[in-house]
Ligand binder design. Structure first.
Ligand code: PEP
Ligand code: MG
Length: 327
């Protein structure tokens, strides 16, 4: 089986009826980089920068150190791009000393883009570092985590624009084509995707948090783990809304939560219209194999049925049946 997967390494991730799906990886630590080329992934779809930024208890790396670190990754993935997610501190991601505050409900508190917007100097350091790091590597992008609505997006974009202007004034090279996207992982943002789609270049659905916030079920609490179902019909409908809103404005939607790495649910995600999957590096070969054996038309018909299903069980059954038939 391994040999069969190995043989597909250089082949495109395209369905049997010709729909192209970008297959990229989620990255947290440098040791994962070496595998990216090896498995033939199309770059990095989600670089979780918090592990690098918050890994050192004494404080965050400065702009220069960040630039060097990001550049190494962007160059290592070239000609494919890297999507850099700005700091997602808080919630399950432990903050460093600088950002630590006791909170009664960390998942509903000072998290993600909220932290960045209330610490504009830290935010700008990171934005400038990403802009500079990608100066010579086309196709990279930046995305904001935990967005809950329009004003956050507009404010973050405004700060990004200030960073571009600062670099321009100082004659420092930076990425002029950097794409700007947002994570869709909070229901309020998902519901507003028709409006948000006009503000960004892409969406990336974080199914882990989207599931947590849609069903109100803690993603790290074992007592409610059996309720944590990314296939809950409400989650599927919210994903459908997001992808459809993106299609109307001609922007792509990626899936970067753990759900994208489940081959039984892949027919559902492809059928809903997702155009890109970002998964753990070890999952790339099997997901490529699965995508190449799926028929987009069949996936789409199945997804339409899934959108009418009353519960998670029926949705899983529908997707699994098509997965079984296909691979
Ligand atoms: C998600 O929430 O699905 C996601 C991809 O982000 P993280 O797991 O880092 O919160
Ligand atoms: Mg998340």
């Amino acid at each position: 089986a391994y040999k069969a997967l190995e043989a597909l390494r250089g082949l495109p991730t395209i369905t049997r009826d010709g729909r192209n799906i970008r297959l990229s990886v989620n990255v947290e630590f440098p040791h994962e980089y070496s595998g990216i080329k090896e498995v033939g992934a199309e770059g990095v779809g989600l670089f979780r920068t918090e592990f690098f930024l918050l890994g050192n208890p004494s404080g965050m790396p400065d702009e220069e150190e960040q630039t060097r670190y990001y550049r190494k990754l962007a160059e290592g993935c070239s000609p494919h791009g890297v999507i850099f997610r700005t700091l997602d501190s808080g919630g399950d991601k432990l903050p460093c000393e600088q950002l630590r505050t006791p909170e009664p409900n960390p998942f509903l508190g000072w998290r993600g883009i909220r932290v960045s917007l209330s610490r504009p100097e830290l935010f700008k350091q990171q934005l400038r570092a990403i802009l500079r790091a990608c100066a010579d590597t086309p196709g990279c992008g930046i995305m904001f985590p935990m967005v809950s609505g329009y004003t956050e997006v507009v404010t973050a974009k405004h700060i990004l624009q200030e960073c571009r202007e600062e670099l321009e004034r100082k004659n420092i090279p930076y990425a002029r084509d950097l794409k700007v996207g947002i994570m869709i992982e909070v229901p309020s943002a998902a519901i507003m995707t028709d409006v948000l789609a006009r503000e960004v270049d892409f969406f990336s659905i974080g199914t882990n948090d989207l599931t947590q916030y849609t069903i109100a079920v803690d993603r790290v609490n074992n007592r409610v783990a059996n309720m944590f179902r990314p296939t809950h019909p409400a989650v599927i409908r919210i994903m459908d809304m997001t992808i459809t809103a993106g299609e109307r404005e001609n922007i792509p939607t990626a899936i970067c939560g753990e759900m994208a790495g489940d081959i039984t649910l892949l027919p559902l995600l492809i059928g809903l219209g997702a155009t890109s999957m970002s998964v753990g590096v070890h999952l790339v070969p099997i997901i490529r194999y699965a995508i190449r054996n799926l028929d987009y038309g069949q996936c789409r018909d199945m997804a339409q049925k899934a959108l009418q299903a009353p519960n998670s069980r029926s949705i899983v059954d529908l997707s699994t049946a098509l997965a079984r038939k296909s691979y």
